[in-house]
Design a protein around this ligand. Structure first.
Ligand code: PRP
Length: 188
């Protein structure tokens, strides 16, 4: 196990069943995705819209490998529900600061699960008339989808397991892990 895959101390560490995506696997795939984005947006400016909080680490690593000019912005959305499931009611808690009309917007998400968050956010952003609106998502759980959303750039499609780490949390724990892990079923 590499250093980046080790949690030096975490009170809930024994609740992590296994490592699903080690840090090196994440970083290799992120570099590939960034190359594809760089090719597609060559010569254009990208408004990179990080969806807080979960996509923070992914956005930071992705943008390191992007060649086009990047303008970074953040949006925070909350979906009401329990610690592990989405209710379907979404609210923008922190709005985009950039004017996105006529610009190329790339939304960066950590995970698309039911699709409700992204569906709502994309509909909201479309009303502001961006020149283009695309989605880059690290993880996709297709089995969980409740509404159709199109992901233009995807890191990994995964099974329906409760994943944490690399920005993704369980009740605000584990965001700081360098890898994606799976929680013990009986804990969720
Ligand atoms: C997660 C994730 C997505 C959303 C996906 O955010 O970052 O935004 O859930 O779920 P959905 O497809 O079922 O809508 P969360 O609400 O956990 O907030 P966080 O990013 O701040 O942890």
């Amino acid at each position: 196990m590499k250093q980046a895959d080790v949690t030096l101390f975490h009170p809930l560490q024994d609740r992590i069943r296994e490592i699903l995506l080690p840090s090196q696997v994440l970083q290799d795939r992120i570099r590939q995705v960034a190359q594809q984005i760089s090719a597609d947006y060559a010569g254009q400016e990208i408004v990179l819209l990080c969806v807080l909080k979960g996509a923070m680490m992914f956005t930071a690593d992705l943008m390191r490998h992007l060649e086009p000019h990047v303008v970074l912005d953040f949006v925070a959305v909350s979906s009401y529900g329990s610690a592990t499931s989405t209710s379907g009611v979404v609210r923008i808690q922190k709005d985009v600061e950039e004017q996105i009309a006529g610009r190329h917007v790339l939304v960066v998400e950590d995970i698309v699960d039911t699709g409700l968050t992204l569906h709502y956010l994309l509909a909201n952003l479309r009303l502001r008339n961006p020149a283009s609106l695309k989605v880059c998502c690290l993880l996709d759980k297709p089995d969980r989808r409740r509404v159709e959303v199109h992901v233009d750039y995807l890191g990994f499609a995964i099974e329906d397991r409760f994943v944490i780490g690399y920005g993704l949390d369980f009740d605000e724990h584990f965001r700081n892990l360098g890898y994606i892990g799976i929680m013990e079923e009986d804990f969720v």
